[in-house]
Structures are given as structure tokens and as C-alpha cells.
Design a protein around this ligand. Structure first.
Ligand code: NAP
Ligand code: MG
Length: 480
């Protein structure tokens, strides 16, 4: 007997989406000097949600001027005073958590279960964590009296819109910087709601400025002469261009870029728990996760058993309406991203890998891709080397721990990795040899504001989270 799920839709009545949004500069919503707008949609239905402003060079300049002027007093406030504002923001985020989660799901396509239970609680936790740091900067490891950089330009991607905003803004403000932030073109709505939250928290004008737009707006931030530091999260390709633009200037730069993480399963791994970890590693947030466990490395002796259990489990995933509380896998964020996933998956077919997809029905409108697994993958295949950034897992095998380590490290990236084994000594041995910023053991995709996150090699440089995350926003003072 098969039990069907009844629909359990989350109500959208709590969100109030305006037909059109201005830019948030100097504490106020202001029209663009050029007035250009673009539409933002719900990727699960393709329905237009609102019009967003495309900030021009002149708008970015106005935002930088506002941030520069606000910096004078914000940076001089005692840390305890800055902390009060940041705590206030954290509490308002908790208070409005459901509203933010629903808006995030509407604009991003991620399941409400994830925005409600993962993203937004982590956002609040991040602001709480850094609020606590604001009056303790002398313990940040940057000398007895570290100072802020000044005006920080921050550019973030669409996969965790509110969480990436929190990772950027919370430490910057705690350290005494002021901010000009650009959200991703397809997911601006929660950043604009955050602007309202800044008003509600009575944050001094100009401390946070939100300029919406696409690549050109990002470029205007990067090239602005009066920005002291740039923090970027996004693709390695754009990161490389930003590094070139910042080279030869005085701007400080941190880059959080792509990944192609190995999730390594040894033959003694607790198998049921491992299957859940693999699913969470690559199908969480539709695989739109920089640290996703997109390369599964399985010890050859358990390959068949593990894959049979994995296919069984994947057929149970519920794909569809992101607002349904039972949904596990939501919509792909944009038509462009769906095209990229399709192109890379087709390359897997063409190069001789074997494709398996879950047998779920996909909605007729919106952007969708079923949970998919490629076996018979070789290290040379594009699907083993390039970041797909979608619900697609590439499976490779190994025989010995040394082979697993060599294969795991055979990538231009180095953001994260996972190890599944019952042996503690093996976890320590393998983890110490993996060239990855974060290594999870018998779990995957676990985040905490106290824990540093960041990459090796083409995954970027700099760390976010915890004490390490403050370093990027402080200038060290001399130790005496
Ligand atoms: P993206 O195309 O690099 O975009 C990231 C941000 O940069 C967006 O706001 C984007 O605006 C903007 N941008 C585009 N061109 C620019 C330019 N020339 N100058 C300045 N800014 C520019 O990346 P994405 O496709 O949005 O995000 C996916 C990528 O982010 C993946 O590779 C993923 O691994 C990475 N990521 C990394 C982390 C991490 O912590 N390491 C976390 C999340 C995501 P538009 O929105 O208009 O494109
Ligand atoms: Mg892009």
C-alpha cells in the first residue's frame, strides 16, 4: 500500500512584495539616476514577482559616498554600541524569520523546509555571533588595536542570498566598516527586505547600502576608486576578473569561489547514515552549493551495495513546489543555470558515463532538473572536473586510501570534502592529506557561524565565519 502525501503549502500571505523596488542608499530607498529596471521572477512558476532597479555607475558612486560619510562616525562608535545595532538586526531577523524564509523560497526556488530550518536560522546566528565580537576586536588575532578598512564592496551569488549577505555584512559591521552590497541579479528581494530591517533597527544612514543590478553593477563596485576592500562570493571565472581588476590597486580582496568536493566513502562506513549524507551533500539546495559533495568516491568493494541503496533513496525524494513543506528538492534558480546543468549532463552522456535519474514527475512550468547520478565516470570527464552547480552526482571508485586521497585532490578546486568511515584514525589521516578548506567526517554540509569556511587553490582565498572571518575586515595593529 502506498501512502500519498497531502499538499502542505506554506502561505505567502506573510510577505508583502512591492511591484517595484528602488535602491537602498544612505538609509533611504532612492530611485536610480538612470532609472533602468529589470524583472525578477519565481523560478518555480516563472511568474514575475517585482521590478528591480539596475544600479548605474552613478548610483554606485552615490552609495560609496554615503558609506564613506557614514564610516567616520560608525568606525568611531565604541564596539559595545555597534554591537547593540547588530544584536538588534539579529533579533529582528528572528522575529521576521518566516517572512524572510517565504520570500527567499519565492525568489530562489529552494524548498521552504531549507530556507525556514537552515538558511534563516543561520543568518540570525551569524549576526548574533558577530555582534558578540564587536567589542572584542583586540582578541581577533590582529594585534591590540586593529582598525577597520573603511568602505567595503561586497558582491554575492544567488544560491544562499540571505545567508551570503549575513556572512558578508555581519563581520564587516562588527569590525567598524561600512558596506555597499550587491545581491545577485536573480535573487535581490531578501537583500531589499534586509534594507528595511536596517531601517527598523535604526542603523545609522549609510552604514549599509544595497545596490541591485547585474554584472555591470558589480563591476562598478570593483572599479570604484574609493572602496578599500572587496569581498566576493561567486564563480571562479568572475573571481579571476575581479582579482585582475584589484591587482595594482590598494584594495584588499577576499574571494570565495567554486568547488568540486570529493565525498569519500570507505568500506566500513555506516551505510544507511552514509546514504543520507550523500543525499544531503549533493541534493541539498538543488546542488546549488559551492561546497556540495558533487564527486562521490566509493571504495570498490561496496560500490554496488551502496549504489542500490542510494537509487532507492533518491526515488523517494519529493521534487516540486518549493513552498510545499514536504518538498525535498525545489526549482533550479534560473533558465541560464538550467541550461548550464543540461549542457554538462549531456557532456557526461557524450563522454561515456552512465546517467540515472530519479523517476519523479517534474512541474510543467518553471526550471527543473531531476536528481541525477552518473556512474562509470573517469577523472578526465568534464562532469568529474567542472562544477555543475546542480542536482547531479558523479560517482568514481577507489581501492586504497592513497588512491582515494589522490583522486580527491585531483581537482583545481579545494573548498570542502567528506569522509565516511568508522575508523577515527583514518578520518584524521585522510583529512590531514586532503587539500580542502573544510573536511566533514561522517556528516556533510554542516555550517556554524563560529567555524571558518573558505578554500584552497581555485576555490579562492580568505575565510568567512568565526574569528578568522573577522581578519578580512580588519587592519592589524602592531604588537608591542
Ligand atoms: P557569478 O556569476 O560569479 O556571480 C556572483 C556575483 O557576481 C553576482 O552578484 C553577479 O551578478 C556578480 N558579477 C557577475 N559578473 C561580475 C563582474 N564582471 N564584476 C563584478 N561582479 C560580477 O556566480 P553565480 O553564478 O551567481 O554563483 C554561483 C557560483 O558561486 C558558483 O561557482 C559557486 O560555487 C560560487 N559560490 C561560492 C561560495 C563560497 O563560499 N565559496 C558560496 C556560494 C557560491 P549577477 O547576479 O548579475 O550575475
Ligand atoms: Mg552570474
Amino acid at each position: 500500500m502506498k501512502f500519498e502525501y497531502a499538499p502542505a503549502p506554506e502561505s505567502t500571505s506573510i510577505v508583502n512584495i512591492k511591484p517595484s523596488y528602488d535602491l537602498f542608499i544612505d538609509g533611504k530607498f532612492v530611485a536610480s539616476k538612470t532609472g533602468r529596471k529589470f524583472e525578477t521572477i519565481n523560478p518555480a512558476t516563472e511568474a514575475v514577482l517585482a521590478e528591480i532597479t539596475e544600479a548605474s555607475d552613478a548610483d554606485v558612486d552615490a552609495a560609496v559616498k554615503a558609506a564613506r560619510s557614514a564610516f567616520k562616525s560608525w568606525s568611531k562608535l565604541p564596539g559595545t554600541e555597534r554591537a547593540k545595532y547588530i544584536y538588534r538586526i539579529a533579533r529582528i531577523i528572528q522575529d521576521r524569520a518566516r517572512e524572510i524564509a517565504v520570500l527567499e523560497t519565492l525568489n530562489n526556488g529552494k524548498p521552504i523546509r531549507e530556507s525556514r530550518d537552515v538558511d534563516i536560522p543561520l543568518v540570525a546566528a551569524h549576526f548574533f555571533h558577530y555582534a558578540g565580537w564587536a567589542d572584542k576586536l583586540e582578541y581577533a588575532g590582529m594585534g591590540p588595536a586593529p582598525t577597520p578598512h573603511g568602505v567595503v564592496g561586497q558582491i554575492i551569488p544567488w544560491n544562499f542570498p540571505m545567508l551570503m549577505l549575513a556572512w558578508k555584512i555581519a563581520p564587516a559591521l562588527a569590525a567598524g566598516n561600512t558596506v555597499v552590497l550587491k545581491p545577485a541579479e536573480t535573487t535581490s528581494l531578501t537583500a531589499l527586505l534586509f534594507a528595511e530591517i536596517c531601517q527598523q533597527a535604526e542603523l545609522p544612514d549609510g552604514v549599509v547600502n544595497i545596490v541591485t543590478g547585474a554584472g555591470n553593477t558589480g563591476r562598478a563596485i570593483v572599479n570604484h576608486p574609493d572602496i578599500n576592500k572587496i569581498a566576493f562570493t561567486g564563480s571562479t571565472e568572475v573571481g579571476r576578473m575581479i582579482a585582475q581588476a584589484a591587482a595594482g590597486t590598494n584594495k584588499k580582496l577576499t574571494l570565495e569561489l567554486g568547488g568540486k568536493a570529493a565525498n569519500i566513502v570507505f568500506d566500513d562506513a555506516p551505510i544507511a547514515q552514509t546514504v543520507e549524507g550523500i543525499v544531503n551533500g549533493i541534493f541539498f539546495n538543488q546542488g546549488h552549493v559551492c561546497c556540495a559533495g558533487s564527486r562521490l568516491l566509493v571504495q570498490e568493494s561496496i560500490h554496488d551495495e551502496l549504489m542500490a541503496l542510494l537509487y532507492q533513496r533518491l526515488d523517494l525524494l519529493r521534487v516540486g513546489d518549493p513552498l510545499d513543506k514536504n518538498t525535498d528538492v525545489g526549482a533550479i534558480n534560473s533558465a541560464a543555470q538550467l541550461a548550464k546543468i543540461n549542457e554538462l549532463a549531456a557532456s557526461g552522456d557524450a563522454e561515456g558515463a552512465h546517467r540515472w535519474s530519479a523517476s519523479c514527475a517534474l512541474p510543467a512550468t518553471g526550471f527543473w532538473f531531476p536528481p541525477t547520478v552518473f556512474t562509470n565516470v573517469s577523472q578526465a570527464h568534464r562532469i568529474a572536473r567542472e562544477e555543475i552547480f546542480g542536482p547531479v552526482l558523479s560517482v568514481l571508485t577507489f581501492r586504497t586510501p592513497d588512491e582515494a586521497i589522490a583522486k580527491a585532490n585531483n581537482t583545481p578546486y579545494g573548498l570542502s570534502a567528506g569522509i565516511w568511515t568508522e575508523k577515527g584514525s583514518r578520518i584524521l589521516e585522510v583529512a590531514s592529506k586532503l587539500r580542502a578548506g573544510v573536511v566533514w567526517a561522517n556528516t556533510f554540509n554542516k555550517f556554524d557561524p563560529t567555524s571558518p569556511f573558505g578554500g584552497y587553490k581555485e576555490s579562492g582565498y580568505g575565510r568567512e565565519g568565526g574569528r578568522h572571518g573577522l581578519e578580512a575586515y580588519l587592519v592589524a595593529s602592531k604588537h608591542d
